[in-house]
Design a protein around this ligand. Sequence first.
Ligand code: HEC
Length: 152
Amino acid sequence: MATARQYRYRWKSLRFGVMMIALITVTVVKMARGDAQTPVPATTAATAATTANAKLFLQQCGACHSTKAGEVRVGPSLAGIMGKVAGKQPGFTYSDALKRSSMKWNAATLDRWLADSSAAVKGSIMNYRQADAAKRKAIIAYMASTSGKSGK
Ligand code: HEC
């Protein structure tokens, strides 16, 4: 036979259990919401790769270049740069060398440019060298992915 005291104890532990479940549920829901707010949820391998490429771009190029149209930093905006002729972005004063190059930006020309920009276009004023071909490829993939979004 359970005494009144034992019943009270059971009722208390039941209440405690219910409260804990409620607390855990709230926490899990909050965590899930927090995750949904992070800029790029790494839900698939593809988005994870894009995030890595974006990070690399930001780290290697972000100080001098934005991918927002018209945003000039040390260098011109690279919004939708794929397929464009070099040296034509508004609001930036290019070197004569790049302006006169009449080069079109694609995976091949960008790869040469990023491997050694001064050698690719003699007299250009961006001094960048990336010896790692995989990194160049990742950066170019990122620029291609932003080109799609910004229209041209
Ligand atoms: C220290 C600053 C600096 C860094 C870092 C830098 N750039 Fe540049 N970039 C410039 C400048 C300055 C120019 C203009 C060159 C000229 O006029 O000769 C330029 C030009 C360019 C152009 C030609 C744009 C056009 O309108 O034709 C591309 C493409 C480019 N950069 C890509 C990159 C990428 C990708 C990275 C990172 C891997 C990078 N740059 C890193 C300063 C920088």
